[in-house]
Design a protein around this ligand. Structure first.
Ligand SMILES: *[C@@H]1O[C@H](CO)[C@@H](O)[C@H](O)[C@H]1NC(C)=O
Ligand SMILES: *[C@@H]1O[C@H](CO)[C@@H](O)[C@H](O)[C@H]1NC(C)=O
Ligand SMILES: *[C@@H]1O[C@H](CO)[C@@H](O)[C@H](O)[C@H]1NC(C)=O
Ligand SMILES: *[C@@H]1O[C@H](CO)[C@@H](O)[C@H](O)[C@H]1NC(C)=O
Ligand SMILES: *[C@@H]1O[C@H](CO)[C@@H](O)[C@H](O)[C@H]1NC(C)=O
Length: 634
């Protein structure tokens, strides 16, 4: 891996993401849940609020049945095309993206239209009140650009702002970071876009103003966050009109959001960052008790840098620098596996054991990361990207056993985040976009600005704070403490994969702390183990959080009725090595696009030669069947 070594200091890594993402709907408030639970028992349930939190935190809603889902959702999780494809976690947004590509749009044009659509129909996961990361690989260039549109801490924020009320870091208007999504989409469009900005917003405006069908996944999310929605006038007005919660199949209107999008479509992002939409938003946030100001919005800057480039296992992976911990984290794990010196190393149950062990080291190390504009993390970044460092760690991994958490050099409490949406785009010229976007927890901070229809993110929850009581009992990570303008650590991991300088794939996922393990497993399944794209995504996954020292394996019936369960053989193999195992009904949601050529990848012939002749490969796009999205193609 060669991250453009000379520019290391310029990298910013954000390694932290959320848990529970697979389900993405359960509003488990991170590390404080355990503390809250104990408090609840001690308080003998005198507090209704507290009981509400318990209910929100569990996952019993998984039992909901989706027999009545509309045929437009789910199934056909895979499409093929030799022209262009989009894989989002909602079929309507994939189609909107493809309609842009049909008009000759660049992959970035399609990404703008898809992202804005997702914010309307998947409001629990992303939107213009949130932020994200985008990696763009241009077919003409060797590298890729990384657009960091992550939220920043407001100017009035401080390290101790949640001392009196720890929950306000996750709930309500104080949990909001300065939104970056619109600024980031616009910046990428300025560089690559071919179609008029305004035209990219039209489909989403129509959905917001004229209404859209609530997909099963959104319906489930509304149901599992009922208390949250009913206690916020803004959310209630849109998702429980007249006090009745919307269900799958109902029509949802967010006319105010449609009007906000219209203003941004007409005037550009200035309407949001220095105009009427921003003024209305700030007014709503301040009325609700938040600290966001117009100055915060005017100050927001997207950070555009070269993508991190990692060469490992025969591929080049292009991804985000910190404050994302995704790509440097993935790099460490892949370099560890690569250091065994054989592609067989990642195979079968033993490969799974090795990956789990590598993940545990990775999670421990990534907590030394933060926003590189504020903390000097260059040593951690270069270690996590270094093949030699990975080799040293591999020597501490044993094929016959696992170890307690302290063995993995952990120092700081883990970041455990939530929510999120990922999509991939490849256009007719083989430009590629990998974008992960989020409002953090489901429905962000649980506040919708009534005058703009915008759901406020709760990205401040991804910072570490000195006073937080966490289940792992470790001290909070100082590199991730709050400062005005600083970006919190993230686990998001949008990547583009090259083979011999040729586009081979686009991958990413949603699901917080589960993102890195999930993207790794999809990558390994397809590119190393040779699984077909759909199988690579659908195959049962394992997760680990370091603390508790438990391998979480998938065992659940997903939204289309398919049962996903890690094989008995693998469970047995892991148990024999001392892993404690626990079934989990959820995990991350991954989207994948791969480009294949008539000649199979391992036929010995260099793909680069084919590309030099201008031959384009076949594109296969997969939306994770764990959610009810669908990919689309020209
Ligand atoms: C963008 O990131 C680079 C590298 O970390 C940093 O030097 C620069 O100050 C950042 N710019 C902004 C606007 O954050
Ligand atoms: C914001 O808009 C005002 C005019 O309304 C303009 O004077 C100012 O320069 C703008 N600020 C920024 C940062 O764009
Ligand atoms: C950051 O830390 C490294 C050592 O870890 C040091 O070599 C480098 O000079 C530091 N950079 C800055 C800007 O302080
Ligand atoms: C694992 O193997 C190593 C040698 O490779 C040995 O020293 C150690 O005792 C073994 N551990 C277990 C738990 O069998
Ligand atoms: C998987 O879940 C089913 C219930 O859906 C249960 O009957 C079964 O025992 C579970 N298996 C494992 C290995 O957890």
């Amino acid at each position: 891996m060669m991250l453009r070594e000379q520019k290391k200091e310029k990298l910013e890594a954000s390694l932290l993401a959320d848990d529970d993402g697979g389900i993405g709907n359960s509003r488990n408030r991170g590390g404080i849940t355990v503390a809250l639970l104990s408090y609840c028992f001690l308080a003998l349930f005198v507090s209704l609020t507290c009981v509400g939190l318990i209910l929100r935190g569990n996952s019993s809603f998984l039992a909901v049945s989706f027999e009545n889902s509309k045929p437009e959702f789910g199934n056909s999780g895979v499409v093929e095309s030799d022209k262009a494809v989009v894989a989002a976690d909602d079929g309507r947004c994939s189609e909107i993206g493809v309609s842009v590509l049909e008009k000759g749009g660049h992959a970035v044009d399609a990404a703008v239209a898809t992202a804005v659509c997702l914010g309307v129909v998947n409001p629990m996961a992303s939107g213009i009140g949130g932020g994200g990361f985008m990696v763009v690989h241009s077919s003409s260039g060797p590298g890729a650009l990384a657009f960091d549109m992550r939220e920043t801490a407001p100017l009035a924020a401080s390290q101790d702002m949640y001392e009196a009320d720890g929950q306000s870091k996750y709930d309500g208007p104080l949990s909001m970071g300065v939104p970056g999504e619109l600024a980031g989409l616009h910046e990428a469009w300025l560089k690559y876009g071919r179609l008029p900005w305004k035209s990219l917003f039209e489909p989403a405006i129509k959905l917001a103003k004229e209404g859209f069908v609530v997909a099963p996944y959104l319906g489930k999310s509304i149901a599992s966050n009922a208390g949250l929605i009913l206690s916020d006038p803004g959310l209630q007005q849109v998702y429980a009109p007249a006090g009745k919660l919307l269900k799958a199949g109902d029509i949802c209107y967010n006319v105010k959001l449609g009007l906000s999008l219209e203003a941004v479509a007409e005037q550009g992002p200035v309407a949001f960052y220095n105009g009427t939409v921003g003024e209305m938003l700030v007014n709503d946030v301040q009325k609700a008790g938040g600290i966001l100001t117009m100055e915060d919005l005017r100050n927001y800057r997207v950070n555009v840098t070269d993508a991190v480039a990692v060469n490992t296992m025969g591929y080049t992976i292009l991804g985000m620098p910190p404050p994302s911990s995704g790509t440097v984290g993935m790099s460490l794990v892949l370099n560890i596996l690569n250091s065994y010196g054989s592609s067989e190393a990642a195979k079968g149950s033993l490969g799974l054991h090795r990956m789990i062990e590598a993940l545990k080291f990775m999670f421990a190390l990534r907590m030394n990361l933060g926003d590189p504009d504020f903390v000097n993390i260059s040593k951690t970044i270069s270690e996590m990207l270094s093949p030699e460092f990975a080799k040293g760690i591999r020597e501490r991994i044993f094929d016959n056993t696992t170890f307690p958490p302290e063995y993995y050099m952990h120092r700081w409490s883990q970041l455990r985040d939530h929510g999120t949406s990922h999509f991939c785009v490849v256009d007719a010229d083989r430009n590629a976009v990998s974008m992960t976007t989020t409002v953090n927890y489901p429905f962000g901070g649980g506040v919708l600005s009534p005058s703009t229809g915008i759901v406020l993110n709760n990205e401040m929850g991804d910072f570490s704070i000195p006073t937080e009581v966490v289940p792992d009992k470790l001290p909070p990570a100082p590199t991730n403490f709050i400062k005005p303008n600083k970006r919190p650590l993230s686990s998001m991991n949008p990547i583009v994969v090259l083979k011999d300088n040729q586009l081979a794939g686009v991958i990413g996922g949603s699901g917080g702390m589960n993102i890195i393990p999930a993207v790794l497993q999809v990558f390994i399944n397809h590119f190393i183990l040779g699984m077909q794209p759909l199988e690579a995504v659908q195959s049962p996954r394992v997760y680990h959080k370091l603390i508790p020292n438990i391998v979480l394996y998938e065992n659940w019936t997903i939204i289309d009725g398919e049962h996903i369960e890690l094989s008995e053989e693998k469970r047995h193999f892991l148990a024999e090595r001392g892993h404690q195992l626990k079934a989990q009904s959820g995990g991350a949601i991954c989207q994948l696009i791969v480009q294949t050529f008539q000649r199979p990848i391992n036929s010995g012939r260099k793909l680069g030669k084919i590309s030099n002749n201008g031959v384009l490969g076949m594109l296969t796009a997969v939306s994770d069947p764990r959610k009810d999205g669908r990919p689309a193609a020209i």
